[in-house]
Design a protein around this ligand. Structure first.
Ligand code: ARG
Length: 575
């Protein structure tokens, strides 16, 4: 184990058992970072009452118990009973050596592997994927990568919206313009124009509206020609999404498409099961479930609607079917929904009903990984000047063009410049989504996202490129560097301690599906490296010091590149 915090926790528990009795061996050691030492343990204060002794006295006992541990340099009692603990340089250096030697960088694979379904991206057919979808796509993809790295079996589920009454008007419009024209328009990403044109006709032309209604009926009853047209429309849109996924280097492929319509054949049975369990009841002709604790403003119970009074099914029913399918057929242990915060009520109600039905239990959890809003400079939802939602491909183009401006002076060769601009622009855009707590909203400001300093994608990409150039100048392959590492200065020590936090950053990220934790860790690591590099000469150092510092550089490079890879941020070799 290379994680200092976990190692120290075990040492404190051992000291507790030795000094106070074995029944204390499992007490939470309450290790926290400290301003006065590497860590502090607050355990004495929490146990004092139970022991009937003053906390400082308890702290003294534990501190004595820690003395002599090979990992501990000093353990000192302070204040009301804090134990300030400083780790031994030798021990830290050994842990860093172990991390360098381990292909898995010392990240522990904890607990049994789970089957996790991650529901993310999920744009809608014939509707533009907007910045909000970009954020769920990017965050979901990072969550998937982190869970897979930890050895879990991950099922990516792209729950795209391919069903509903709006398909009547969309298909009639498709017929009006012709399949080829529609294809060209959709493939070019003019998706909103297509949708708007259909909607305008639907609102203004009663004859068209009637055709649309008949078309919905034909689609629902499986009329072959209508189904074929619908599939064309779905495929054309998927084609466009796929191009964006490839450009963003997101892991989603056609194999991960599990659209809303996939669940159609299960809906009647899902309703029957919920009804026979007594979870769903008929209310005003519709089949509804009233999960306990959800009420409208006037205090009346709030329903989810499983089957409308006209017999139709909607978004709620589909999500109920998806939960049952994922738990029963896929054998999921954990369901993560990376979806906008505006759907919080929907998911908490749907989850509550699934718990009532016994589909979700203490062992099979579902969580809504809420995604906050991406705002424009005016702090309102990000939009184009004309007020429409932004075409995602345009947004990506803009990021890349601006990135090219930022790096213009560094490259003569236009092809190479373009390649790096693509990595920097897309990296900046993705990192912007990942570095902020996913449930908070943030302002999309290209100047900030593309800055070469601060918690940005380009700063981290630049940090890795800079370390690579150290090895280039030395004529060394960073993969061949072995150490041993020695910690002479405080900058080296801070860097090593930070490097050893990788496993914790990754497991914290997996625990609550929060990539900003890993992003924050990488930013602190790059900052610690910058200080180290300013204060500790590497190539001009001699002997063991040079060997050690090169090893710290190599380890930093690997941890940064691995971490950025887990976030899905491209790492250009040069910058
Ligand atoms: N298509 C939906 C939207 O654009 C998101 C679907 C999220 N996933 C789900 N299982 N409901 O808002």
């Amino acid at each position: 184990m290379t994680d200092p915090e976990a190692a120290l926790g075990l040492l404190v528990q051992r000291a507790l058992a030795e000094q106070l009795g074995s029944e204390f061996a499992t007490a939470d050691p309450l290790i926290r970072p400290s301003g006065f030492a590497d860590y502090q343990s607050n355990v004495a204060m929490s146990l004092a009452k139970r022991l009937g002794r003053p906390p400082r006295q308890v702290a003294e006992l534990i501190a004595n118990g820690l003395d002599g541990a090979s990992a501990v340099e000093t353990a000192e009692v302070s204040g009301p009973g804090f134990i300030n603990i400083t780790l031994r340089d030798r021990w830290l250096a050994e842990q860093a050596d172990d991390q360098l030697a381990d292909p898995g960088l010392g990240v522990p694979i904890v607990g049994p592997a789970q089957c996790v379904v991650v529901d993310y991206s999920a744009p809608n057919v014939a509707k533009e994927m907007h910045v909000g979808h970009l954020r769920t796509t990017v965050v979901g993809d990072a969550v998937v990568r982190v869970l897979e790295f930890l050895g879990h079996r991950v099922i990516r589920a792209n729950h795209i919206g391919d069903w509903g009454t709006q398909f009547g008007m969309l298909l009639e419009h498709l017929l009006d313009v012709g399949e080829q024209v529609a294809y060209d328009q959709l493939a070019a990403g003019e998706i909103n124009d297509f949708y708007q044109a259909a909607k305008q006709k639907f609102d203004a032309d009663p004859v068209f509206a009637e055709r649309a209604r008949l078309r919905v009926v034909a689609l629902q009853s499986g009329d072959p020609e209508t189904v074929r047209l619908w599939q064309t429309l779905v495929r054309d849109t998927e084609h466009y999404y796929n191009a964006i996924y490839r450009r963003l280097d997101v892991k989603l492929t056609d194999a991960d498409l599990v659209p809303e319509s996939f669940y159609n054949s299960m809906l009647a049975d899902v309703c029957d099961e919920l009804e026979s369990l007594g979870v769903a009841v008929i209310s005003e002709g519709a089949l509804c479930a009233f999960p306990p604790g959800f009420t409208a403003r006037d205090g009346s119970p709030l329903p989810i609607i499983l089957r409308k009074s006209d017999g139709g099914y909607g978004y709620d029913a589909t999500d109920m079917a998806a939960i049952r399918y994922r738990v029963r057929e896929l054998g999921a242990d954990r369901l993560i929904y990376v979806v906008g915060s505006e759907q919080a009520l929907h998911f908490s109600m749907v989850f509550a009903v699934a718990r009532q039905a016994g589909w979700l239990t203490d062992k099979v959890r579902a969580e809504h990984a809420t995604i906050g809003m991406v705002a424009g400079a005016d702090r309102k939802r990000f939009r184009t000047r004309s007020g429409g939602s932004v075409k995602l491909s345009t947004l990506i183009d803009e990021a890349v063009e601006r990135a090219e401006e930022v790096i213009r002076d560094r490259y003569e060769d236009p092809v190479q410049r373009r390649q790096i601009a693509e990595a920097v622009g897309i990296g900046a855009l993705k990192y912007g989504d990942l570095s902020v707590a996913r449930d908070s909203s943030y302002v999309l400001d290209f100047d900030r996202l593309l800055a070469l300093t601060g918690n940005t994608g380009p700063y981290l990409q630049y940090a890795t490129a800079r370390i690579r150039s150290i090895f280039q100048r030395a004529g060394l392959d960073p993969a061949q560097v072995t150490g041993p590492i020695q910690l002479g200065t405080s900058a080296e020590r801070v860097l090593a301690l930070q490097l050893l936090g990788l496993g914790r950053a990754i497991s914290d990220t997996a625990a609550a599906a929060e990539p900003h934790k890993l992003a924050g860790f990488l930013f602190e690591l790059a900052s610690a490296f910058t200080t180290f590099y300013e204060q500790c000469p590497v190539l001009t150092a001699e002997g063991e010091t040079r060997v050690s510092r090169l090893a710290l550089c190599a380890l930093t490079l690997r941890v940064l590149a691995t971490g950025l890879g887990l976030l899905g941020i491209p790492v250009p070799e040069r910058m």
